[in-house]
Write a protein of this length. Sequence first.
Length: 231
Amino acid sequence: MNIKGIYKTSLIDYPGKICSIIFIGGCNLRCRYCHNPDLATDSKDLRIYTNEETLNFLRKRQGLIDGITLSGGEPTLPTDLEDFIYSVKKIPLSVKIDTNGLNPDIIENLLNKKLLDYVSVDVKTSPDKYEQLVRKKIDFSRIIKTIKLLKNSAIDFEIRTTCIPDFVALEDFQIIKNEIGKVKRYYLQQYINKVTLDPSLQEHQPYHPSVLKKFRDFVQTFSEICQIRGI
């Protein structure tokens, strides 16, 4: 699984549950604002945890946590993801996965096998701005497919966007609305400029909370729940 980090207890990462966070090394994007650059680039300086070591840790956490969050990096990349989740479900623990949405076939397979309980999809910005932000061309239709799969599933999911100035503005949310339609949960995340994959973005100052609240007011037109994280 290329596990490069474990956070023992989180009260906020998995809505309604106490979870441990499992961080997967490697990513198929290079988001310039990424605040986990060592994970995204799969740094050799990070310790590697074996699958069995991680599962044993989780077994010892029974009664203390309700589930896990698979984060990264991008956790849909490991080839043994299905087997690992299956082992987690046998403990038993609920499973949440954080994804950039670019691997809808992986998500579809896991949904069909009832191996996921909650999914968080990062929508970075509107389609035309993706290449500037993530340093590669992407097929936004794959993200839309992931969201449609989740809408048609029986599990809860959320959309989230990190609101970085120059890359995410009100007009981008209008485009996102047109692309993804109505959703149940949408979370806006404040930009943190302390550690970024692209050091130049550390000079970008986060939006004032009043701007994020304007974004929230608009996003509420196509989501049942919209909240701001990080302010």
